[in-house]
Write a protein that binds this ligand. Structure first.
Ligand code: 5RP
Length: 227
């Protein structure tokens, strides 16, 4: 008799994003003011929020796109200056290391994302399993810059071994430009974040290491892994 072979039906990346987005709902139940990030994973989460509008007073949004999506499901968006506290912030990431340090900004919303992460009591990061790495840097590190500093910042990054690529035809919600830094192998994310923060012209670096995630949820197919 031939042995029975269990063939695993792999989930698509979008299905994994939906799976992890669904698991984040537990973190916002009975939370009046939530922070909401930007990106395709968070977009699934926003769609699911449509069932929880009665328990959410308002959201703090990390981008113009997220604001539009939140309002379209019936959630009021407030400015961060209008609230006293953001209990929970839900956002995705481009890379996550074992210590919950992140690279973010693939979608270009890194500055507002970093502000809300910093202002929140709990940062819950939601990713599919393709985003987990041992060492950050495989994903090009986004840096939002004041436009006149772009070449200068690129030169400073070259001294650290990084190759800068200008995200042409892209202007952030803050009217700034973004360069993406390739070839970095980020052994000490906190130190690198401090160093890049100090380069004149840098608005925000997409390293979330000094304020990292409190919880990382990873959509893995069989289950959602919590770090
Ligand atoms: C946007 C971000 C996103 O969280 C990051 O790019 C992940 O996006 P996605 O969920 O689409 O993979 O930092 O600035």
């Amino acid at each position: 008799m031939r042995p029975l072979i269990h063939i695993k039906n792999p989930m698509t990346q979008d299905e994994l994003k939906k799976q992890v987005a669904r698991s984040a709902i537990e973190y916002i139940k009975n939370v009046p003011v939530i922070g909401v990030g930007t990106g395709s994973t968070v977009n699934f989460f926003i769609e699911m929020l449509a069932d929880y509008t009665s328990s959410i007073d308002a959201a703090i949004s990390s981008s113009i796109d997220t604001t539009r999506r939140l309002e379209s499901v019936g959630i009021k968006v407030l400015d961060l200056n209008e609230v006293n506290n953001v209990e929970v912030y839900i956002d995705g990431a481009d890379e996550v290391d074992p210590k919950k340090k992140l690279i973010k900004g693939g979608g270009g919303a890194l500055t507002r994302e970093k502000i809300i992460a910093g202002a929140s009591d709990k940062f819950v990061c939601i990713v599919d399993s393709s985003k987990t790495v041992d060492v950050l840097g495989g994903f090009p590190l986004p840096i939002e810059v004041i436009p006149m500093s772009r070449k200068f910042v690129a030169g400073e990054m070259k001294k650290m071994g990084g190759q800068s690529v200008w995200r042409e035809n892209f202007i952030s919600d803050n009217g700034c430009e973004i360069i993406d830094i390739h070839n970095l192998y980020i052994r000490d994310p906190m130190e690198m974040e401090r160093v890049i923060n100090n380069i004149p012209g840098v608005v925000t670096v997409g390293l979330f290491a000094l304020r990292d995630a409190d919880v990382v949820l990873i959509g893995d197919g069989d289950k959602v892994i919590t770090r």
